[in-house]
Design a protein around this ligand. Structure first.
Ligand code: UFG
Length: 317
């Protein structure tokens, strides 16, 4: 298939681009390189260095049969301080992309949504029919695009899938997390192990969890990538599907730190800090829907293995 990958120079987008090429697809990456890296775009894909807002001429030229849309600002804290940037890039940018698609007759799309659309869960594991009450602008902006896709499916015959990622981690094809501003637990803990940071602050040890630290559902980027390839042909025109993507098992911040110590063989000094605003105690996915509908089954459910894959890529940098 001729596909356009918006945000294909980022962490998850570059992994999926590589998988699409391996699967025989013809790929154009559209990325403004605001947070992505040109060298993460694999050989064999064409890079158009353009923002979502200016995507129309690229789509008119490429005439993709499908779009995978990863391009977004994704820092929860920054979204609270500068909501205008998140509404402009994530919602305005996505609207521009959907209109570019409509103008060229492309109606198939897989969109990167997030667990942050749910907010503080009433019950864990979280199913797709749980209430969506995001507690930050990042989650709200992604939820707005989910709603956009529902209406484009109904009104314009789009065939859409929103994949709600939980905590994406690990590496595939030598591509791992590489953010100028790193806020995620696993890469930060690995930087401490590598001696690039002095210590890791654990945000709160007084949560109602067995060891008092927050529990998250870490899903391997390779498994996430498999889900995109399964999702791409799945919906019919007029259909918008929503799937959670997680392993279904939660690990605490303390367990992640222990896994980083085990994998790297280095000490990871920690200090216990205050809770981070907006962090729910537990976020674990019920991913039964995608398992049943599309036969998705994560292969990397072991935390140590996920951390090892991340370390193998990060330690060389
Ligand atoms: N944490 C620390 N210290 C750190 C960094 C993180 O203790 O230095 C803790 C956090 O408090 C949290 C856990 O580690 O309990 C994981 O934090 P991350 O920042 O790695 O990930 P989040 O769970 O906050 O965020 C992820 C995605 C977001 C998405 C969110 C959904 O990265 O994009 O899940 O709630 F919005």
């Amino acid at each position: 298939m001729r596909v356009l990958v918006a945000g294909g120079a980022g962490y998850i987008g570059s992994v999926v681009t590589t998988a699409l090429l391996a699967d025989g697809h013809e790929v154009t990456v559209l990325d403004d390189l605001s947070t992505g890296h040109a060298d993460a775009v694999p050989d064999g894909a064409t890079l158009a260095e353009v923002s979502l807002h200016d995507s129309a001429p690229v789509l008119a030229e490429v005439r993709p049969e499908a779009v995978l849309h990863f391009a977004a600002k994704s820092l929860v804290g920054a979204s609270q301080q500068h909501p205008e940037e998140y509404w402009y890039a994530n919602v305005g940018g996505s609207l521009a992309l959907l209109e570019s698609m409509r103008a060229t007759g492309c109606r198939r799309i897989v969109f990167s949504s997030t667990a942050a659309t749910y907010g503080e869960p009433e019950t864990v594991p979280i199913r797709e029919d749980a209430p969506t009450r995001p507690t930050n602008t990042y989650g709200a902006s992604k939820l707005a695009v989910d709603h956009m896709l529902t209406s484009y499916a109904v009104a314009h015959g789009f065939a859409a899938v929103s994949l709600r990622y939980f905590n994406v981690a690990g590496a595939a094809y030598g591509l791992g997390e590489r953010h100028a501003t790193e806020t995620h637990l696993i890469p930060l803990a690995l930087q401490v192990a590598a001696g690039q940071r002095e210590s890791l602050t654990i945000y709160g040890q007084d949560y109602p969890t067995p060891d008092g630290t927050c529990i998250r559902d870490y899903v391997h980027v390779g498994d996430l990538s498999d889900a995109h390839l399964l999702a791409l042909p799945a919906p019919d025109e007029g259909e918008h599907r929503i799937y959670n993507l997680g392993n279904g098992t939660g690990f605490s911040v303390q367990q992640v730190v222990d896994a980083v110590r085990e994998v790297t063989g280095h000490p990871v000094p920690v200090t216990i800090g205050e809770r981070r605003a907006g962090d729910p105690a537990q976020l674990v996915a019920a991913s039964d829907r995608i398992r049943t509908d599309l036969g998705w089954a994560p292969k990397h459910t072991d935390l140590v293995g996920i951390v090892r894959d991340a370390w193998d890529v990060q330690k060389d940098r």
